[in-house]
Design a protein around this ligand. Structure first.
Ligand code: C5P
Length: 222
């Protein structure tokens, strides 16, 4: 049995985080949420008052922040320079800012380097937008997880409500659409499906159904 690199890419709200965690657990692999890394850079930029158009400052910020994943019983925590920012990075404001910050090439270079270091030995599931295309184009198993924009917006809405955010469904759907449009249209590492990725549309599938498809594909490659 080989320890593979598994890539899960797709737009927001398609179920990447949920499936990535479940798949990693089922395979006894490490799960790496690359979106959380870009969110950390965005939060740090916001707190320091850095203009999202200031690429030079963003780049040096991206190279200097310390991002760690902590796996505890209460789930996975994200630490930014030692501080638990798991909740702070998931607000709607930081989500939109992250989309702008992640378009900066110097930020991407810094994150990609970290991601390659974390994943190069295999035994990892990485989820993001450019894992199968840029970070690990040689990943043994690649998935492109999609769902209709309406369904993705609804899922994000439920998620935010559950966390106590006061949000509006129509606005959440349009924010999700705006973020995907920006992620797909950007110059560096846009969101695209890798030619060798297995495409899964989760619109009308249960989590267990998607997980079963992924496990089967991974088993074929081990
Ligand atoms: O996956 P998540 O919604 O947490 O990602 C937040 C944002 O981070 C995305 O909208 C995208 O702009 C950026 N991102 C990226 N490349 C990745 C992962 C996330 O540009 N590999």
């Amino acid at each position: 049995r080989r320890e593979l690199i598994v890539a899960i890419d797709g737009p927001s709200g398609a179920g990447k985080s949920t499936l990535s965690k479940l798949l990693a657990r089922a395979l006894n692999y490490t799960n790496i949420d690359t979106g959380a890394m870009y969110r950390c850079v965005a939060l740090a930029a916001f707190r320091r008052g850095i203009d999202p158009a200031d690429e030079e400052s963003l780049g040096s910020l991206g190279r200097s922040v310390r991002i760690e994943f902590l796996r505890s019983n209460g789930g996975e925590r994200v630490l930014l320079d030692g501080e638990d920012v798991s909740a702070a990075i998931r607000t709607p404001e930081i989500s939109l800012l992250t989309s702008r910050v992640s378009a900066c090439l110097a930020v991407r270079e810094a994150m990609v380097e970290l991601q390659r270091r974390m994943g190069e030995k295999g035994g990892v599931v990485l989820e993001g937008r450019d894992i199968g295309t840029v970070v690990f184009p040689g990943a043994e198993a690649k998935f492109f997880l999609a769902a209709s924009a309406k369904e993705r917006g609804r899922r994000r809405y439920e998620e935010l409500c559950a966390k106590g955010h006061d949000v509006d469904l129509a606005q959440t759907v349009s924010e999700v659409e705006a973020r995907d449009a920006a992620d797909s249209a950007r110059e560096h590492a846009p969101l695209v499906q890798a030619p060798d990725a297995v495409a899964i549309d989760s619109t009308v599938m249960t989590i267990d159904e998607v997980l079963a498809v992924m496990l089967e594909e991974v088993r074929k490659r081990r």
